[in-house]
Design a protein around this ligand. Structure first.
Ligand SMILES: [Fe+2]
Length: 239
């Protein structure tokens, strides 16, 4: 792949992410705010993993870039459910819990169109990189509610079955839920949120390497706390 083609893909994906963020803001205000902040938190985690040599810089950059797409499947969940002020019933939860697989279908369609519209001819390595970006994005969207202990959804995967991008976004998702303003709770500080995330690592649910990055980044994270209300009804703090 030429650098020009990579740039073409990057610019095209950024545009696709921006279109999704605009669309979800119209659909559901809380999720719209959440997708902004989760990209920033996922970026902190992914860059930290790269600094630790656990992933390469290219992967870290793409995790940050596509993280805002993780809840794209909520476009298939009625706003009346997403914005419901009281607890969801079993049927409504079942609808919410379908958003990872619905999102995977949406995002692969989005990326297929993005790739088809690329005007720069792709060399062999560019095709490989495009395939990696599609795989990474699809896994982030489909698997961001999986937990290492197999109690997540939609597939109940465990440990190494969950790719790093989904692990990063899972941690960022919980962090964002805890530090968000909710009608029923005050926002947690970065320090408090990291304490809870560490307990979830001890319980075997979240990736310890990802949480270790957050634990040493609380100063940076404090700048992200206390912004607009964030988090959708699938966020773990409400489970
Ligand atoms: Fe989600």
């Amino acid at each position: 792949m030429t650098g020009e083609c990579v740039d073409g893909l990057e610019v095209a994906v950024r545009a696709a992410v921006a279109r999704f963020v605009a669309e979800i803001r119209l659909h559901d205000r809380a999720t719209g705010a959440h997708v902004d902040s989760i990209g920033a938190v996922a970026g902190v985690v992914a860059r930290g993993l790269a600094e630790d040599g656990r992933i390469d810089d290219w992967t870290a950059a793409w995790i940050e870039r596509v993280a805002p797409l993780h809840d794209v499947g909520k476009l298939d969940v009625p706003a009346s459910v997403l914005e419901k002020p009281t607890g969801l019933d079993a049927d409504e939860w079942a609808i919410v819990r379908r958003h990872p697989t619905a999102g995977r279908d949406r995002v692969t369609g989005i990326l297929d169109r993005v790739v088809a519209d690329l005007t720069t001819p792709a060399a062999t390595d560019s095709t490989d990189q495009i395939a990696l970006v599609i795989d990474l994005t699809a896994s982030v969207v489909e698997l961001h509610h999986e937990t290492l202990d197999g109690r997540g959804y939609p597939h109940g995967l465990t440990d190494a079955e969950i790719p790093v991008g989904a692990r990063v976004v899972a941690v960022a998702d919980v962090y964002d839920a805890l530090t968000a303003v909710r009608p029923y709770k005050d926002p947690w500080s970065a320090q408090q949120a990291v304490g809870e995330l560490s307990r979830m690592v001890d319980d075997g649910r979240l990736d310890g390497d990802c949480v270790a990055v957050l634990a040493r980044s609380t100063e940076e994270l404090d700048d992200l706390v206390g912004r607009a209300p964030r988090g959708g009804p699938d966020a773990p703090a409400r489970r």
